[in-house]
Design a binder for this molecule. Structure first.
Ligand code: ZN
Length: 426
């Protein structure tokens, strides 16, 4: 059985147009919020004649979700809503999203497609080490796995003792987690000398941006496992709306379920093909909480041309950061991803780092990049390594930073997401 769509030339565009027309009619009929927004934009329920009319529609933002709390964007009768999920938002109210039964089935189908793209079979054993509960992670990975037909081992995050025992006893072949958790587990497997007693082949990881260096360390620490980045946000069903393919050339996204636009976050105009910008998504089938031109704040770019893996669904690059994560430092806009890209290709440093911003008595801002030296390296090389890293950051990110090397393994590890930026200027 395949979960991939079988689309001939032009069929994806036809399907997207039909989905867009349905979505606009649907929200116009069932959502006061969207009806008002469409009215303000001067778009009627039957005004979508081609995909180019997408640009006539108004944007939706996270702020609209907060304003609509507890059931924002609701576009289906309450009796058709069968589940809610919420984001782990720390400021203000959480984002809560409603799902109809069809929404859940669509999500499970999309997620099963991810497992298919990662090359799983019904004999795979999938250890799911992500958060269960109101978050979308656990429910998404679990139901997707069962829909696909592999064996789900629902463990949740943390609990390294149990994770290691299950890896060995159940001969788990696929692990699903954040990259921080995967690194933690890789280090634990090394420490316990378990590598030749486990059968892990693949890791599907998501929910945080991950450097090349960190991917390499996870893969090497677990005996050369293959890594697949999975994107996902609560607003757009949850994880499973696309996956890094086996050619590892970006993320194929399920364009039969939603449309991706990349815009300049300042001008709100589309960027040139292949340029980096903010990802904006519009759903094509979502019933309870459809998204119309939802500004995700995630930065990425579309990848042009056919993929060597042979799959015809379109691709975007891995997420390069969030437009909210932007650090303003000495009049330069910096994304943490730019720093970890430099660290990934620097010698003598590991993947774990933290960025501190300070305002000092001389009235200037300072950026300190604290990074672990590689395992087994001598502190006597610190000065040379730090100088080289600072030089590379200056050359590539155009800012002066202080680089401090610290003991390997001394920066905090997390079983969920790692906090890396500490702004102490205000
Ligand atoms: Zn591909």
């Amino acid at each position: 059985m395949t979960f991939m769509p079988n689309l001939g030339p032009g069929q994806l565009e036809a399907l997207q147009l039909a989905g867009l027309q349905w979505t606009v009619r649907h929200v116009h009929a069932h959502s006061d919020f969207y009806r008002q927004r469409l009215l303000e934009a001067g778009v009627g329920p039957n005004d979508i004649r081609g995909l180019q009319d997408l640009r006539r529609l108004p944007f939706t933002t996270a702020e609209h979700l907060r304003q609509g709390y507890p059931f924002p964007l609701l576009s289906a009768p309450m009796e058709d809503v069968v589940r809610i999920h919420a984001s782990s938002g720390t400021t203000g109210k959480r984002k809560v999203l409603c799902y109809t039964q069809q929404d859940l089935d669509d999500w499970a189908h999309m997620f099963a497609r991810c497992y298919e793209m990662a090359g799983l079979t019904s004999l795979d054993r999938v250890q799911i080490c992500v958060g269960y509960g109101v978050w979308t992670a656990g429910a998404g990975f679990q139901r997707g796995c069962e829909t696909f037909g592999a064996l789900a081992v629902p463990v949740g995050p943390g609990n390294l003792e149990m994770q290691c025992q299950f890896l060995e006893d159940f001969q788990t072949t696929v692990l699903c987690s954040t990259s921080s958790m995967a690194l933690l587990l890789a280090e634990e497997v090394q420490r316990r000398g378990l590598l030749d007693r486990i059968s892990l082949k693949k890791i599907i990881y998501g929910s945080e941006r991950t450097s090349e260096a960190m991917r390499r360390r996870i893969s090497e620490g677990l005996g050369g496992v293959e890594l697949f980045d999975i994107p996902g946000m609560t607003e757009l069903y949850g994880p499973g709306t696309g996956l890094e393919c086996a050619a590892h050339q970006g993320i194929h996204y399920w364009a039969d379920y939603y449309i991706v636009e990349i815009i300049n976050p300042i001008t709100l105009e589309p960027v040139a093909p292949g340029e980096i910008g903010e990802m904006v998504v519009t759903t094509l089938r979502k019933q309870a909480a459809p998204l119309i031109r939802y500004r995700t704040r995630d930065l990425t770019r579309l990848l042009e041309g056919p993929c060597p893996c042979g799959n015809g669904l379109p691709r975007h690059d891995r997420l390069l950061g969030r437009s909210d994560d932007m650090i303003k430092y000495r009049a330069v806009n910096i994304y943490p991803g730019q720093i970890d890209a430099v660290l990934s290709y620097s010698h003598g440093v590991s993947s774990e780092y933290q960025i501190f911003l300070e305002h000092r008595a001389d009235g200037r801002d300072y950026m300190i990049v604290r990074v672990e030296r590689i395992a087994g390296a001598s502190p006597s090389d610190d000065e040379t390594v730090a100088r080289e890293v600072a030089k590379a950051i200056k050359a590539q990110v155009l800012v002066s930073v202080e680089v401090q090397l610290v003991e390997h393994g001394s920066l905090p590890r997390s079983d969920r997401k790692s906090k890396r930026v500490f702004d102490k200027r205000f």
